[in-house]
Design a protein around this ligand. Sequence first.
Ligand SMILES: [Zn+2]
Length: 185
Amino acid sequence: MDGKIEPLLVAHHEAAHAVAAAEHRLRFEAVTIKAGTGHSGQLIGVHYNLLQDEQAVQVKLAGIIAERIYKGRWPQGAVFGAIDDLAGAMKLLQDRNDLRFSLDWSIQSTGQLLLRKWSVVRRLANELIERTTVPEGMVLEWMQERPRQHRASWTPRTYKWLLNFLLSDAYEVLAHVTEHTARTR
Ligand SMILES: [Zn+2]
């Protein structure tokens, strides 16, 4: 990781959280790329309905998956920037009977959702570069428009890397270290 933040990559990451939330009818106030403590942007005031865990999982996974779609490969250091998102998703999935199956399904569904709505993700990312923060209303309006499917080559294998990472010891170590850092900050 060279530590340099790429604004458009961050914008696509945050835009994807917002588009996934809108697609799953989860309310939020706004999405921003204004950096804060420990993050380079966020979905402001999002309401997760506990009965809709799967939607929340997909909103959390959307950021890092959008980075993959935007770059055409997994960007260097992507998991470091998204470790809070990933830990949040894993926490919601922890009681599922078959974690590998559930996680695989969630990752692939999120990928499909983002490819379907990629024209909105891209438009929102550009708008975030322009004005830093975009309210929910504007995102919902764009969601109504007929989306253009992204023509990225998509295979289930594209996301295997993320699946395998999340089930690896490397994830456990990284998530634990970050949790510890957050607690002692
Ligand atoms: Zn994120």
